[in-house]
Ligand binder design. Structure first.
Ligand code: KG4
Ligand code: ZN
Length: 388
């Protein structure tokens, strides 16, 4: 094993959910390749990720995806300084495919193996692009930062700090039930939209009236924390998105929308691969208003609580990452409020918002410098937490 990472080339591997991904990143910021094999077509008929099918697809995809990442980067296995892999959180069987492959590769090549927390990866999706900007425009990220990681499996707030080469995280908030992306997916499914639901709701919402259905925050605030508003005594922010899903369902029932949803659902099922905007003619105004109102309520809840935590912890900047960070209304509303408050805000590019392996390789770079390597016992950690 070489003493110093000469070229800083890290192969990242990500298989925590329904994307098999591999990327080669140099020194934590220079993306040489970023390959993602999506399983949307596999899970689409079920309206959600089926864990057994995800593992099977990862097994099928891992070798070609890694080969494509190396060939697009123009590097061979021997040029790599380390292999980085998502350790958790995620689906156990899915994680194991990436971990087993990465372990064998690291062993065969006698290279260090670096375990990465998927949530840290999402944060580094923003940090890696900031490092690129810094190189060209001397822009620096103000720390400490507050990071909102908002995806299909997670809705977390972290305080992000840097000590030397290492990054440190403190968990300041989480969801008590569904993640925000899960709410997008479940509401899309119950309204008969395509999968995954987030991009469908994002595309259709601008065609509806976001003020038409007044979803109240009381519906999405857990009873036990009502008294203390959105924070508990230790200053933790709690999110809850299962209530709004039930509220949307109840609205469709009390407004006689079920037959229309059923009809639209079977029409769209007969048009696999149809894009959300091409499906617009199948939606009546009432459905579009409901979609817009749902999105507004979720974005507002995320915005209100995130900025409140930013104020409470007096952070110097805000990072928003994860699949839901691709949402256009979220970006617009967060950016507007950040500007009003004079708080620098950063999002990853759209490709790096959703699951990818470039973020895993980027998060591994400081760990290569500080030699945070995995032993032979590395295994999947489905419930792995980040930070204190
Ligand atoms: O980060 P990600 O790819 O995987 C997880 O770690 O979960 O996030 C996927 C989630 C899905 O729930 C998907 O519906 C949501 O991100 N999503 C969006 C958008 N694009 C993806 N939600 C809202 N608006 C979008 N444009
Ligand atoms: Zn993710």
């Amino acid at each position: 094993m070489s003493e110093k990472p000469q070229s800083g080339l890290i192969l990242g591997i990500e298989s925590s959910c329904d994307e098999t991904a591999a990327a080669v990143v140099r020194r934590g910021s220079d993306i040489l390749s970023n390959v993602v094999a999506s399983q949307i077509a596999t899970h689409s008929p079920y309206g959600g990720v089926v864990p057994e099918l995800a593992s099977r697809e990862h097994l099928r995809n891992i070798v070609p995806v890694v080969r494509a990442a190396l060939s697009q980067a123009g590097v061979g296995f021997t040029n790599l300084d380390a292999i980085a892999v998502t350790e958790g959180p995620g689906l156990a069987g899915a994680l194991l495919v990436g971990i087993s492959y990465a372990k064998s590769l690291a062993f065969a090549l006698n290279k260090p193996l670096i375990p990465v927390n998927h949530l840290e990866g999402h944060i580094h999706a923003v940090l890696l692009e900031h490092a690129q900007l810094r190189a060209t425009q001397s822009e620096s990220l103000e720390l400490p930062a507050l990071a909102l990681v908002v995806s299909g499996g997670h809705t977390h707030l972290y305080l992000v700090q840097q000590h030397g080469e290492s990054w440190a995280y403190r968990n300041l908030g989480r969801t008590l039930d569904d993640a925000a992306g899960e709410a997008f997916d479940k509401v899309a499914k119950l309204l008969g939209l395509g999968y995954p639901g987030g991009p469908w709701i994002d595309a259709l919402a601008p065609h509806g009236n976001p003020g038409a259905v007044p979803f109240s925050f009381a519906q999405i605030k857990p009873k036990t924390h009502r008294k203390s508003s959105t924070m508990d005594f230790a200053g933790t922010t709690f999110f809850s998105f299962s209530g709004i899903k039930t509220a949307v369902l109840r609205y469709t029932q009390t407004h006689s929308m079920s037959a229309g949803i059923q009809q639209r659902s079977s029409r769209l099922a007969a048009l696999p691969g149809i894009r959300p905007l091409d499906a617009l003619p199948y939606f009546d105004q009432q459905a579009l208003d409901l979609i817009a109102s749902f999105q507004r309520a979720v974005v507002d809840d995320l915005r209100r609580k995130t900025f409140r935590a930013a104020e409470q912890y007096d952070v110097a900047s805000l990072l928003v990452s994860g699949g839901v960070a691709a949402n256009r209304e979220l970006r617009v509303r967060f950016t507007a409020e950040a500007a009003e408050r004079g708080l620098p805000i950063a999002f990853p590019s759209l490709t790096l918002s959703t699951d990818n392996a470039a973020m895993i390789a980027a998060a591994a770079w400081p760990k290569l410098l500080t030699k945070e390597f995995a032993g032979d016992t590395l295994t999947a950690e489905p419930a792995l937490a980040l930070g204190r």
